[in-house]
Write a protein that binds this ligand. Structure first.
Ligand SMILES: [Zn+2]
Length: 99
């Protein structure tokens, strides 16, 4: 019977690969884990529209938590809708407008 070699599996990426920064929502006053990273340029207007502010004005990215992301998404959707439909929405029935 050949000696059995114990195979020790090393996983350096897992043991020492700590994330450099903990991903946290960078919206002011929020401490929840971030779920996304969005371009600030493209999304700041939605952020402001929702009455939110970034923790640091130097951040280039918006990293919202699930909750804040939902808020932003909502704003964005609304905005898209307005841009796309403008006044058409009024003349085309107005109810049950969904995609
Ligand atoms: Zn948040």
């Amino acid at each position: 019977m050949p000696p059995r070699r114990k195979y020790v599996r090393k996983d350096p990426t897992r043991s020492s690969g700590k994330p450099s920064k903990s991903k946290k929502c960078n919206i002011k006053g929020c401490d929840k884990p971030a779920v996304r990273s969005l371009s600030r340029q493209q999304n700041e207007e939605y952020l402001l529209d929702a009455g939110l502010e970034l923790e640091s004005s130097r951040d280039r990215r918006i990293k919202p938590c699930a909750e804040h992301y939902k808020l932003l998404k909502k704003r964005k959707k609304k905005d898209d809708k307005i841009k796309r439909l403008r006044f058409d929405a009024r003349t085309s029935g107005g109810k049950g407008l969904r995609y």
